[in-house]
Structure formats: structure tokens, C-alpha cells
Ligand binder design. Structure first.
Ligand code: GLA
Length: 436
């Protein structure tokens, strides 16, 4: 027995075995942020017909330039990743993955170099099965070769999909692949689609094991560029929160899929609602839109610093859907410093904005006095006292998103002498004026 222990210590020292068998890469201490090709560009490979929209090095370079120059990187979006459809259909004669020669003529290593030179990190997609979902070569049977190839290209982020793999394959494959990444010594963000395939087949995922091996994981369906899709995903996360919320935290996150903000399918209100709920969910913020054609009002949502700060809050606690009343869904996230982020999403389509009156318990916020900050900056800051109901108005298929910051106790005493019943924005302004 002692001899075995001595040999283990020797192998540890020689670096032949790793002391930890789980993912321990120090990454994603807050939810990852970046840009991914899939939702916007899908599997467009015909660069003659779609020169600006095809999956190519030109698309990645153009997007990297914009991210670096137009405030995205500065706001925290630091990963740029290629999803499916970047490969040649055949491996090389020595069994290696090859990037499409026409669309990536300078190869992936060069592209990674360019991305790094722009201050970004480089991500790529593969699939654990025999093929990717779009039928390009998958990693099964070539795991170590592919890890060596991808890491040899200086990849920083791998999204490993699960098409063409069985639940049993995935159970061993995802952890094994993660260990190979870990053993390489290069910190690689590891995104697993593992639970999405199990949930789809009504098999209960072992989220404990998933959180041990992956930095982020797709839980459920692919997102589309529509409110129907975005609200369906919100509802799934609300309906299943008791099973999944506790697995999110620094280093490991549930992933409701990409931000579709800035494309064609969401109104401004709906885009704001997606950003707000993704912030409450501590979701990875992976944009998938044409940044070269991003309209300023959508860019403003994506770059909203206050909302990004909620998403990136250091407590790392995923928020919950805490009440549903007359199709007004309230999402609350506890933040560091005893603050709370509260998003009220109105799921009624059409008609006028809905008035909403909520108790502290309906918002799952401790009853005390707060400065209320509108994270979309339409309202001035106002004060909510512990004995009041919270009132607001929310546009159809829109959101109101607030941060509740506790008032310091001495101010609370002074201000609680002012016993006003705040009913509307006019009164709120009045209260702020007389107490400040
Ligand atoms: C699956 C994934 C998507 C995308 C495609 C690529 O559907 O869930 O996010 O990666 O495959 O083919």
C-alpha cells in the first residue's frame, strides 16, 4: 500500500497524474461574456453568395475588430467563438481535424493569433459524438488528438456539443474530455451541451457531476431569434429552477443560450427583457448578432454597465422567478452588499403597459428601505420604504429592471419620519427631492 502511495507521489511530482480529477481551471469566476456565431450565422458556408455572412476567418476578424474598437471588449465581452461548420468534412490522412481550406485559408492558429492580438480570447466548437450536429467530424475516438490539435492552435474556449452521442457516451466522455483539457495545463473554458440532450430525452441530468467538470452547460433547447423562443426559455428556467439553481456559482454556470439582441426578431422591449432575465440568471452573456449592423439602441442594451454588473456580481448566485401574477413574472437575484436585482417581465402581448403593485414578499426581497435604481435609466432613483408596496408599469412583452440598494441605517431613521404613500413616478421624484 505504502509503495503504491510512493509511486503516486512520484507520478504527481513528474506531472504524469494530476492531483485533481475534476475541472479546476480557475476560469469563469463570473459568467463568461463574448460572441458566438451560431444563432446569427448558423451554417452559412457559401461565401460566394453570402460573403459577409458565411462562417469564415473574415467574419471572425471583422467581429474581433469591432469588439476591440467599439466598446464590447471594454464592457467585458472578451471571448469570440466559432460554432459549427468550420471544418473540412474529412480529417487529414494522419487523422487530424482540418479547418475548411477555402474559408479559413490562413488556418486556425493564425486566426487565434489575430484574435489574441486584438486582446480577445478564441473559442471553437466541436462535438463529442461521431459527427457535429451539422455532420462535420466529431471527436469520438480521436479525443486526445483533437485536444492536442485545438490546444496547439491556442484555443481558449471549447463548446463541446452532444449530437450523435448516447447518454452513456456523454456520461464518460464529457468528464474525460475535461480531464484532457485540464491535463494540458492551458486554461480552457469548457462549455458542455451534455444536460441539454438529457433534458430533451427526459433523462434527469446529474448536475452535480456536470458542475464538477464543466464551466458552463447548455441546459435546454436552442434559442431562436424570436420572443416566442426567448420567453419559452425563460419559462423553462423558471419552471425548473429548483433543480438547477444551486449548481450555478463561480466557475460553473447554467446556460440558457445566446443573447439574440440586435437581430431581427425582438422588439426593443423584448431585447431589454432578455438582457434583464439573463442578468438575473447569472447566465453567460454570449451575443450572436452582426456587430457591424448593430442598431445603437440595441448596442446600448448590450453595453449597459449596470446590467452587466448585475450579471457579473461577485456573489455568483443565480436568481429565481419568485412570483407570477396576472402574467407579470418577477425575477429576483440577490447581489453582494445586500442589494437585489428585480426584473418584472410583462408577458401580456399587446395593449397598454400594465400597472404592477408588489409586496416585498412577492419580490422575495427583505422588507427594509432601499434606494431603487432603474437599470435602464428611464426613472430617477427613488426611495422605497419598508412599509410600502412597490409599484411600477411594464410595457407589453417588456421589462422593468431595478436594483434595490439598502439605505444606510442612519438615513433610514431620518427618512422613515417622512410617511408618504408613493403611488407614481411623480410622487417618487417628490420623495427623493425632499429627503436628499
Ligand atoms: C446544436 C447546438 C447549437 C449549435 C448547433 C450547431 O443544435 O445546441 O447551439 O451549436 O448544434 O450545429
Amino acid at each position: 500500500m505504502f509503495l503504491i502511495f510512493q509511486m503516486y507521489v512520484l507520478l504527481l511530482v513528474l506531472g504524469v497524474v494530476s492531483p485533481t480529477m475534476t475541472l479546476d481551471n480557475g476560469l469563469a469566476l463570473t459568467p463568461p461574456m463574448g460572441w458566438l456565431t451560431w444563432q446569427r450565422y448558423r451554417c452559412k458556408v457559401d461565401c460566394n453568395t453570402y460573403p459577409d455572412d458565411c462562417i469564415s476567418e473574415q467574419l471572425i476578424r471583422r467581429t474581433a475588430d469591432i469588439m476591440a474598437e467599439e466598446g464590447y471588449l471594454e464592457a467585458g465581452y472578451n471571448y469570440i467563438a466559432i460554432d459549427d461548420c468550420w471544418l473540412e468534412k474529412q480529417r487529414s490522412p494522419d487523422g487530424k481535424l482540418v479547418a475548411d481550406r477555402d474559408r479559413f485559408p490562413h488556418g486556425m492558429k493564425q486566426l487565434a493569433k489575430y484574435v489574441h492580438h486584438r486582446g480577445l480570447k478564441f473559442g471553437i466548437y466541436e462535438d463529442y459524438g461521431n459527427t457535429t450536429c451539422a455532420l462535420y467530424p466529431g471527436v469520438m475516438g480521436h479525443e486526445q488528438t483533437d485536444v492536442d490539435t485545438l490546444l496547439g492552435w491556442d484555443v481558449d474556449y471549447i463548446k463541446l456539443d452532444g449530437c450523435a452521442a448516447t447518454p452513456d457516451d456523454m456520461k464518460t466522455g464529457y468528464p474525460e474530455f475535461g480531464k484532457m483539457l485540464n491535463a494540458s495545463g492551458r486554461p480552457v473554458l469548457y462549455s458542455c451541451s451534455w444536460p441539454a440532450y438529457l433534458e430533451d430525452a427526459s433523462i434527469m441530468p446529474d448536475y452535480g457531476a456536470i458542475a464538477e467538470h464543466c464551466n458552463l452547460w447548455r441546459n435546454w433547447d436552442d434559442i431562436d431569434d424570436s420572443w416566442a423562443s426567448v420567453s419559452k426559455i425563460m419559462n423553462w428556467f423558471g419552471d425548473n429552477q429548483q433543480r438547477i439553481q444551486q449548481y450555478a456559482g463561480p466557475g460553473h454556470w447554467n446556460d440558457p443560450d445566446m443573447l439574440v439582441i440586435g437581430n431581427y426578431g425582438l422588439s426593443l422591449d423584448q431585447a431589454r427583457a432578455q438582457m434583464a432575465v439573463w442578468a438575473v440568471l447569472a447566465a453567460p452573456l454570449l451575443m450572436s448578432a452582426d456587430l457591424a449592423r448593430m442598431r445603437p439602441e440595441f448596442k446600448e442594451i448590450l453595453l449597459n454597465r449596470d446590467i452587466i454588473a448585475v450579471n457579473q456580481d461577485s456573489l455568483g448566485k443565480q436568481g429565481l422567478r419568485v412570483s407570477m401574477k396576472a402574467k407579470q413574472h418577477v425575477w429576483t437575484r440577490e447581489l453582494s452588499g445586500d442589494s437585489y436585482a428585480v426584473a418584472i417581465v410583462n408577458h401580456i402581448e399587446g395593449g397598454p403597459p400594465q400597472f404592477s403593485s408588489l409586496t416585498f414578499s412577492e419580490m422575495a426581497v427583505p422588507a427594509r428601505s432601499y434606494t431603487v435604481q432603474d437599470l435602464y435609466h428611464e426613472e430617477e432613483d427613488w426611495i422605497l420604504f419598508a412599509n410600502q408596496n412597490f409599484t411600477t408599469r411594464v410595457n407589453p412583452t417588456g421589462v422593468k429592471f431595478y436594483q434595490f440598494v439598502p439605505l444606510p441605517s442612519e438615513e433610514r431613521t431620518r427618512k422613515s419620519n417622512i410617511n408618504l404613500n408613493v403611488q407614481n413616478e411623480l410622487d417618487r421624484k417628490y420623495v427623493v427631492e425632499i429627503v436628499i
